[in-house]
Design a binder for this molecule. Sequence first.
Ligand code: FAD
Length: 512
Amino acid sequence: MPELLPKNTWLADPALRSLLTRWLAPAAFDRAEPLLAEMGRAAACELLSWGDACERQPASLRQFDGWGNRIDEVVYPEAWRQIAGVAARSGLVALAYEPESLNSFGADARLIQAALCYLFAPSTATYLCPVAMTDGAARILAGPIGPAHEVFGHLVSRNPQTAWTSGQWMTERQGGSDVGRNTVVARQDGDRWRLYGEKFFCSNIGCEVALALARPEGAQAGTRGLALFLVPRERADGTKNPYRIDRLKDKLGTRAMATGEVTLEGAEAQLLGDPGRGFSQMTAMLNITRLHNAITAAALMRRAWMLAAAYAEQREAFGRTLAQHPLHQQVLDGMQGEADGALYLTMRMAQLLGRIDCGSATAHEEALFRLGITLTKLYTAKQAVAVVSEAIECFGGQGYMEDAGLPRLLRDAQVLPIWEGTTNVLSLDALRVLAKSDTLDAVAAELERLQALDRAAALDLAREASSGGVESAARRIAYALAESWTGGLLHEAGFSGPRVTHRLPGSALPPR
Ligand SMILES: Cc1cc2nc3c(=O)[nH]c(=O)nc-3n(C[C@H](O)[C@H](O)[C@H](O)COP(=O)(O)OP(=O)(O)OC[C@H]3O[C@@H](n4cnc5c(N)ncnc54)[C@H](O)[C@@H]3O)c2cc1C
């Protein structure tokens, strides 16, 4: 609904502006502001129309050329390439990896990157998914493997002609959460490896490279036997690497972003790092993609609220605008509170990650991020589905209509609790992290610093968990911590009381 959207989503987002004003040094804010203003303008203008065009004409798969040769080419609309160009030129990946001499943001680079992605995401037909996976892959290649890796240069390029995107191929038919059951095999062939088997969910399947989990022949069962490999789409001689795209998935949402099923038929691959460390490298990659998941969740909530709030000023019922009905306004306030909370929690993670990237994080901050990124992903994803669903209801019957543009937001929100780890899987992960000695101290210090209102109750639950919490309480514990942390961040930022504690009335929150 472009007519309801403000002309610049950065200028129309006081919560984001006030967060960055407070969290960035004035000089860094001044340098970042023109970038944010330009992204906010584009998000309400050309990005929005390109995003719509991608939704109307999703990518398709051309499996054979005219002579019957297998080509497996993913055909994207021109608008997808335009969006990709903006992502590269704006440095949505690059910002986090450029030396300070290039973008001068230092430890704040992750925060500014997150803010740009947040403005970009809701207009761009889930293109932030490729950005997220590319960021995750760059993170792996920037590590001990070395930024000298040729592929790294492509992943962090700001030039659309040379910029590449990455996929992450973990999930197989028999298990996504339980990757220890993976069966794709890696065989050594001279100085390279070849992969054999099937990957069941491969998003951004048109990617130039993918990072794939596979089990070297003879390696032990379970996650310890998994290694991480780089799989290029083309071999060094320009020929197609032997993997087949069997089909594109027919999905509820993320429709413009092609997700494929793949059969690896001896695809050439390069081993990344130690063969037994594939799973822990995957975790490092997931920390990045989970942050992008939370950014998308926060951004979809903000977009849904912006549209619903603007509509409430125009639509009349019973002689008044919807906004003048106290009950409707209360619903809108609840949505805004959820969007503000998700923004603050997510940006806190981006801030911590920036410090970790620069080596300036304390041990407490590292522990805080490890727990926090899990809580933030699971919590914001669920809230996004509830808030976007509420926004549809705010439009009455028209909200349910495809041409209003709102159903797409709900479809795209619905994937957020599933990929990058489901709510249960992440809640259990949070329990495991809480059992580590320094995590509890770190989160207690954070909630104390923020003077979070319900910190005592949340920390009691967390203490219980750290001494071996029962699995069935995992969601309740994760939610209590995430809510307390969110409330604390809003409280510290000076948001008014009711908003801090406000819950969406009647929203479809999961059982605690
Ligand atoms: C649109 C889309 C795109 C995707 N893209 C990619 C991609 O690019 N790369 C990739 O690798 N994967 C991708 N995935 C796969 C996704 O990551 C997995 O679907 C997800 O991790 C869940 O795995 P699963 O489907 O095997 O479900 P399962 O693991 O079978 O889970 C089913 C249910 O059981 C619950 N459950 C599982 N284990 C436990 C437990 N121990 N305790 C309690 N409950 C449990 C889960 O919470 C869930 O509700 C994509 C998925 C979708 C929908």
